[in-house]
Design a binder for this molecule. Structure first.
Ligand SMILES: [Zn+2]
Length: 130
């Protein structure tokens, strides 16, 4: 490690130590700081993705249970109360004057107050019931 003092360009992103004057692209004081930083960043990115994937999977389970109960419509507050996250879907299309949302192979339309037209997307293999 360089202990040079004086003109300092920045601080190490990991430990906050002053970086020696030199290469302007330097962000870390040493390799182990860079490795630690990247490791934590990797975990953070993974956490964001996992949270979204978990929310989508949870949504799918909720929609599936509604289908199994023969429901094709449900009020938005009731769906929220079940833990449904309206932001986590796999696709969205504008179909004529409806907003069609999909969570994997289940689709529904959504209005201000409720979702309706809940059904499996046709032409896909229906998953076996657990
Ligand atoms: Zn450092």
């Amino acid at each position: 490690m360089n202990s040079e003092e004086g003109c300092v360009r920045g601080k190490c992103l990991e430990c906050g130590a002053d970086l020696p004057n030199g290469r302007s692209d330097m962000k870390f004081c040493c390799t182990s700081c860079r490795n630690r930083y990247n490791y934590r960043k990797g975990n953070r990115d993974k956490g964001v993705k996992l949270r979204t994937i978990n929310a989508i999977n949870r949504n799918y389970e909720i929609l599936e249970s509604l289908l199994e109960d023969g429901a094709s419509t449900i009020d938005n507050p009731d769906l929220s109360a079940m833990g449904y996250n309206f932001d986590c879907i796999t696709s969205y299309h504008k179909v004529r004057n409806h907003n069609e949302y999909r969570c994997y192979d289940i689709k529904y339309y959504k209005s201000e107050s409720r979702i309706f037209g809940l059904s499996r997307v046709e032409g896909r293999t229906v998953r076996k019931k657990r």
